[in-house]
Design a protein around this ligand. Structure first.
Ligand code: SF4
Ligand code: SF4
Length: 373
């Protein structure tokens, strides 16, 4: 049995990962490189996590002797969670279940470790390159894991588009796999469903307009037309384009892994009272917390959620946040107060404006006042 066959059997039988493919460490077409570089540049401008990481990296940048890139795909539909209206009564937020499921992340990490260990225990080098500047979705589309849907998400005919991708570079010489055939045909349901128009043409998504990018990664000013479409989400978790996709209709939820309800649907009002210790023991240990980086961005997203619920009972807390919250949050609290509207909201905004010194927050208060009028 060849090393490649032995490896694929190990991944399927031992790790229970149904999708694995290999591609050579070659350069990608110029058009793809240009497109993905634009996205990386946006991330590099928007979050300290990606600072200085605005260009594409090649396998040889990680491992000079790179011979193969391996991509593995773990299908995992988390199932439906309570939607916006179901969260209204208790003013709860919403998160992406797989991004706050600590046990599931550890389970995937363990599988990833064992996958790498398959090679290192045989004397090869093998490094994980997931979450780096290597274009993992593009790689997945080249080696049989799946194909791009019109929403720019990788999908597989049997497993739909809920697939977690992992990538590795190794000096083991493995036979490459061919891409799988498939496309979306005439369907454009995800394009019609996207609340922000981020899927601006088939197979092209503008992350700057995407709810997930803005809530999960954008630490700079978030456009108000996107805030309005963020519903009560607190980080990445907009599933609208995947929920619309007919390829996902028959998926069964992952069994055996349930995230804590506190992390999945926290009280929005309580988020502003969260201590550093609570953050450190909770969201900071999750993928969502890793992307958000700081409690203040969770609070920013909570302020946006409250603005979208438009419930006057949030005004007292938002008014306090506007006066005494972190500068990264206060402008969004002003926006939320303006979106809720009414006489009390107008009074809160007018009174805050008389004292406000921060010019960005002032601008948000002024614009919120305009919307109230
Ligand atoms: S995740 Fe949401 S905002 Fe982003 S492309 Fe899909 S539907 Fe649009
Ligand atoms: S909704 Fe339709 S167009 Fe969009 S990814 Fe699914 S099959 Fe493709």
């Amino acid at each position: 049995m060849s090393l490649k066959d032995e490896f694929v059997q190990f991944v399927h039988d031992e790790l229970q990962i149904p999708l694995v493919g290999v591609l050579p460490p070659e350069d990608f077409p110029e058009e793809d490189v240009k497109r993905i570089t634009t996205v990386l540049e946006l991330f590099a401008r928007s979050t300290p996590l990606a600072e200085g990481a605005g260009s594409l990296m090649k396998p040889a940048d990680y491992l000079t002797e790179a011979r193969s890139v391996i991509v593995a795909g773990i299908p995992g539909y988390p199932g439906r969670i309570a939607g916006f209206e179901e969260c209204r009564e208790k003013l709860l937020g919403r998160t992406e279940p797989t991004h706050v499921n600590i046990e599931l992340s550890q389970h995937y990490m363990e599988k990833g470790f064992q996958l790498g260990n398959f090679f290192t225990s045989r004397g090869f080098q093998c490094f994980s390159i997931v979450g780096t500047q290597y274009p993992i979705k593009l790689a997945a589309s080249k080696c049989g894991i799946g194909f791009y849907g019109k929403n720019s998400v990788i999908q597989h005919p049997d497993f739909g588009s809920w697939i977690s991708l992992m990538a590795y570079v190794t000096d083991a010489d493995l036979e490459p796999d061919a891409p799988i055939e498939g496309d979306c045909g005439n369907c454009d349901l995800c394009m019609k469903a996207c609340p922000t128009g981020a899927i601006y043409s088939p197979y092209r998504c503008d992350p700057a307009r995407c709810v997930d990018f803005n809530l999960g990664h954008n630490k700079k000013n978030m456009p108000s037309e996107v805030r309005e479409k963020c519903s009560n989400l607190l980080g990445e978790g907009c599933t609208v384009c995947r929920d619309a996709c007919p390829k996902n209709r028959k998926l069964k939820p992952i069994e055996g892994f349930k995230p804590s309800t506190e992390l999945l649907h926290p009280s929005l009002l309580n988020i502003f009272e969260m201590t550093d210790e609570e953050w450190d023991n909770g969201y900071a240990n999750t993928l969502m917390g890793f992307f958000l980086m700081d409690k203040k961005y969770l609070q920013r997203n909570a302020a946006i959620s409250l603005g979208n619920f438009r419930e006057e009972r949030s005004l007292k807390v938002l008014s306090k946040v506007l006066d005494r919250g972190d500068d990264a949050v206060r402008g969004y609290a002003a926006w939320a107060v303006g979106r809720i509207g009414g006489n009390t909201a107008a009074d809160i905004l007018k009174s805050s404006l008389t004292e406000e010194k921060n010019k960005d927050v002032r601008r948000e208060i002024e614009s919120a006042l305009e919307s109230v009028r």
